[in-house]
Design a protein around this ligand. Structure first.
Ligand SMILES: Nc1nc2c(c(=O)[nH]1)N[C@H]1C(S)=C(S)[C@@H](COP(=O)(O)OP(=O)(O)OC[C@H]3O[C@@H](n4cnc5c(=O)[nH]c(N)nc54)[C@H](O)[C@@H]3O)O[C@H]1N2
Ligand SMILES: Nc1nc2c(c(=O)[nH]1)N[C@H]1C(S)=C(S)[C@@H](COP(=O)(O)OP(=O)(O)OC[C@H]3O[C@@H](n4cnc5c(=O)[nH]c(N)nc54)[C@H](O)[C@@H]3O)O[C@H]1N2
Ligand code: SF4
Ligand SMILES: [Mo]
Length: 721
């Protein structure tokens, strides 16, 4: 069909959780330009480089346009890890789906529910994720369902759930214009949530808001900050408990809020006694005066807000770190009002939505617990399953799914739009686990480092070729619209899942047990709304122009810009007494530096999208940031080739000698396959959230010769058309 559109198609950006609105300009089924609507409440005409120019991955030559099956079947322990398309055979959808259903059902019938596992996808829509977890729960009776949220804000989620009963961002990003003091910690906001950072800068420059940055890296927002607390990695509990100590000692706390809205204050304040500014300075490296100033500034604010991301969460004590922030907000009453709040900046375009949709091992859609009898009954009824049929046991998390990949454990892994072989910690160990699987399915746009292990590849459409919804970081459910016809034989994820589910049902001899005959994602959202109260009022007709912020409890409900005005979901919020714990692997004489990992503006995670885009021309090689003082010690000049080694692996890349990282800490972005930072990272986990310590492990660095620099993956020039 030749679709020449006079009017651009409005949709939602597929990269980050800000959820910017895009206008896709189309001619002959080709997107030739992207702009942003000026009346969008989210981005007001602004876009970052990824949203504006990064969409050309859609047309990249390496995109897979037909279903593929391996020519020679893969065996556990002897899987080929080749990207080489010659090892694959193009097949019809019928053949690919019949084969996938047959292999999955065979493993399920032989090994049972616990052998089945799935990674859902925070880049795909709410509708896609709702259906994929439904397939694994309803048909394979498995709760081994997780997605990248585990590697991301799991620490924040567990702490927020325990302390207040809900894990979403409490306020709307745009309310920053009403804030007078805010803290940014563990968030490199200008590179990772660029359009929110524009609003933050405006709050400072136009409104005189004051900013406190707590981060071991000299991120760009430090240029706008009143105070920068350059702590040692992993010392957040001490920094924020030190601030709480000062607030308590100087009587700057909000007594009325504490009395009426919180519990456990006495135990908490007792635990804070030891965090004197002197003690905190000795652990964190932050001068005590700065702790005192930061405490006064935040406590005396009329409307204080905290924004945080992975520097807090990705730690073996990520849950405690997040509690230390929640404690501060409760102590000062800076929550439950406009312009305040506890604001974990969610990363992927639809990580909030995939979590809401139940893409998690311990929860059904809407955070209803899998081991709660009442919740199980609700879903048995909704999905037409016999009473007692759904699995009541909590499933495995992403990292656990891999470490349980052995005979008697997980045998098959279905991956929709994730790339664990770039994004899990300790990749050498992860590679061994992946090898042990019997059957791997990848449903993606490209054969990425994980697809290279797959037995079947199911080619999905991109965001621009399908309908649905994404839920952004401030809980706004927005439309994703089909702008072009799917390229080649690609299909939207929701259709692939339904086609597969019907085949699985047939093989299991339970046809039509759950409903899979949707003609449009809108019908999936209607079903989703029936089982998840906070989405009950989301109807496509209501979000045509502007999204609605959950909870939207009925069809007349206007949405909820900020939460907890009257009470918290668990009634009174709970203070958590904390103690300081060091990182799992501290620097020592053998591995004297700490490795911090994270992102750059131009790239996305494992690089599957952005390295198949011209964005790779903008930022084309991995660099390790090292402070000039350390560079001198190790005799390293700017752009020298160096080897970075940890106890688990090594990578070779060029050095970027820069003040951006503090002494004793080096930083590597994890986007580059030829120098994948996750060969080095530590897979030690937070005991409650089970999130790995991506942000700190011990490494050593040495100069090596130029010829040792690995060549980057062949990059094929953009443009299939
Ligand atoms: N360009 C781009 N944008 C993205 C992404 C991307 O891949 N590329 N990914 C998206 C996703 S999924 C996510 S989750 C977000 C992540 O967003 P961010 O969390 O902002 O991303 P990171 O680069 O991981 O930065 C984390 C920050 O934590 C700091 N940090 C390290 N250790 C510590 C510590 O011990 N304490 C504190 N307080 N800070 C520390 C780092 O120095 C860094 O500044 O970004 C989203 N946006
Ligand atoms: N060292 C280190 N490691 C980290 C982190 C870190 O800070 N440091 N951060 C962690 C965090 S926060 C995250 S969120 C994870 C991210 O980890 P992943 O989710 O594994 O990484 P992505 O590269 O975003 O993988 C997304 C995949 O989805 C595909 N895709 C895109 N759109 C669609 C679609 O519509 N349908 C389908 N089927 N596929 C699609 C893309 O092609 C890509 O292959 O990485 C984690 N790993
Ligand atoms: S800020 Fe995020 S949502 Fe907005 S254009 Fe950039 S990547 Fe897309
Ligand atoms: Mo993330």
């Amino acid at each position: 069909m030749n679709m020449i559109k006079n009017k651009p198609v409005t949709t939602t950006c597929p990269f980050c959780g800000v959820g910017c609105n895009l206008e896709l300009h189309i001619k002959d089924n080709f997107i030739y330009k992207v702009t942003a609507p000026f009346d969008s409440v989210v981005n007001k005409g602004n876009l970052c480089v990824k949203g504006r120019f990064g969409y050309d991955f859609i047309y990249n030559n390496r995109r897979i346009l037909n279903p593929l099956i391996r020519k020679s079947p893969q065996k556990p322990g002897a899987r080929s890890q080749a990207f080489n398309v010659d090892e694959w055979q193009e097949v019809s959808w019928d053949e690919a789906l019949d084969y996938t259903a047959k292999r999955l059902v065979e493993i399920y019938q032989r090994e049972g529910s616990n052998a089945m596992a799935v990674y859902c996808c925070a880049k795909a829509t709410n509708e896609d994720n709702y259906l994929l977890q439904k397939l694994f729960r309803a048909l394979f009776r498995s709760n081994n369902v997780d997605h990248c949220t585990r590697l991301c804000h799991a620490g924040s989620v567990v702490a927020l759930q325990k302390a207040i009963g809900s894990a979403a961002m409490s306020n709307t990003a745009a309310e920053i214009m009403e804030t007078d003091v805010f803290i940014i910690t563990g968030s490199n906001t200008t590179e990772t949530h660029p359009i929110i950072s524009i609003q933050m800068k405006a709050a400072i420059e136009k409104n005189g808001a004051k900013l406190i940055v707590v981060d071991p890296r000299r991120i760009e927002m430090v240029n706008y900050a009143t105070l920068w607390l350059a702590e040692k990695p992993g010392s957040d509990v001490a920094v924020f408990s030190g601030m709480a100590h000062v607030i308590l000692k100087e009587n700057l706390y909000n007594k009325e809020f504490i009395d009426t809205r919180t519990e456990n204050f006495q135990n908490f304040s007792k635990a804070m006694e030891k965090f004197t500014p002197e003690y905190v300075e000795s652990i964190t490296g932050v001068e005590k005066d700065k702790i005192i100033q930061a405490a006064r500034l935040y406590a005396n604010a009329k409307r204080g807000a905290i924004y945080w991301a992975l520097g807090i969460s990705q730690s073996t004590h990520g849950t405690d770190n997040a509690h230390s922030l929640i404690n501060l907000a409760l102590l000062t009453g800076h929550v439950g009002k406009r312009g305040t709040g506890l604001n974990p900046l969610r990363g992927q375009n639809n990580v909030q939505g995939a979590s809401d949709a139940g893409a998690m091992p311990w929860h059904y859609p809407g955070y209803q617990e899998v081991d709660d009898e009442q919740s199980a009954l609700i879903f048995e009824k909704a999905w037409n399953i016999e009473p007692g049929g759904l699995n009541r046991e909590k499933g495995l998390t992403t990292t656990e799914i891999l470490s349980n990949a052995h005979p008697g454990g997980v045998r098959s892994l279905y991956i929709m739009g994730e790339n664990p072989m770039m994004t899990e910690p300790n990749l050498n160990a992860a590679h061994k686990h992946m090898q042990e699987l019997e059957f791997v399915v990848c449903q993606d746009l490209f054969i990425n480092e994980s697809g290279a292990y797959a037995d079947v590849f199911l080619p999905a459409t991109t965001f621009a070729e399908k309908d649905g919804t994404f839920t952004n970081t401030d809980r706004r459910v927005q439309r994703v619209r089909k702008a072009i016809e799917p390229l080649g034989n690609t299909r939207p994820d929701w259709q692939i899942i339904c086609d597969l589910a019907r085949r699985v049902e047939k093989l299991l001899g339970r046809p039509n047990s759950a409903y899979w005959d949707y003609s449009h994602p809108e019908e999936i959202m209607d079903e989703f709304g029936k089982v998840v109260p906070s989405y009950r009022g989301i109807k496509y007709a209501r979000i045509e122009k502007t999204g609605l912020q959950t909870p939207v409890v009925d069809e007349n409900h206007p949405g909820t810009p900020f939460l907890y005005a009257e009470s918290f979901p668990i009634g009174k919020a709970i203070f958590f007494p904390l103690d300081f714990k060091p990182i799992d692997e501290e620097a020592d004489t053998d591995f004297p530096l700490i490795l911090n990992t994270g992102r750059v503006l131009e790239h996305w995670h494992g690089g599957t999208l952005t390295r198949n885009s011209w964005l790779d021309d903008l930022y084309s090689q991995a660099l390790v940031e090292i402070n000039p003082v350390d560079a001198k010690i190790y005799d390293i000049n700017h752009l020298d080739v160096v080897k970075v080694q940890s106890r688990r692996g090594e990578v070779i890349l060029r050095a970027n000698v820069t003040q951006k990282t503090i002494t004793g800490v080096v930083f590597i972005p994890f986007h580059f396959a030829e120098a994948a930072a996750n060969f080095l990272t530590n897979d030690a986990l937070d005991p409650e959230a089970l999130i790995p310590e991506f942000k700190a492990c011990a490494v050593k660095i040495e100069k090596v010769t130029e010829d040792q620099l690995p060549t980057k993956q062949p990059y094929q020039p953009r443009g299939r058309y």
